[in-house]
Write a protein of this length. Structure first.
Length: 116
């Protein structure tokens, strides 16, 4: 689902850019990603202390943006659907399956510096 509601910034004394009204499911990270601005920068410019807490309907100023862009919203259902399917092994298979191709063990297993 893509949701964007934006109002062009007026001639007021605010920073140049675009005013984006937060829609359900949007995060400061996703808004920033859509416009090429970090969530930290958006938080700083908009006086947001906790970038993880924005409200539906809140207006966020997007610096230097000239037009509204779609913000990708990730829902729990979509996150599950985007996961790659697990590979099934044949029943009774006792073969070891390495989780990555060309993976290399870079250290011993177990706690560092302890005897195992």
């Amino acid at each position: 689902m893509v949701a964007v509601v934006a109002v062009a910034a007026g001639c007021g004394g605010g920073p140049p850019g675009l005013r984006h009204r937060v829609e359900r499911g949007e995060t400061l990270y996703r808004i920033g990603k859509a416009y090429g601005v970090s969530d930290g920068e958006l938080a700083r410019l908009n006086g947001i202390r906790d970038p993880g807490r924005i409200e539906i309907g809140q207006v966020i100023v997007i610096p230097h943006a000239t037009r509204p862009l779609p913000v990708q919203v990730i829902t729990p259902e979509r996150a599950r659907a985007d996961r790659p399917a697990a590979r099934e092994l044949p029943a009774g298979s006792d073969a070891f399956v390495w989780p990555v191709r060309c993976g290399a063990v870079t250290s011993d297993f177990g706690p560092r510096g302890a005897t195992h």
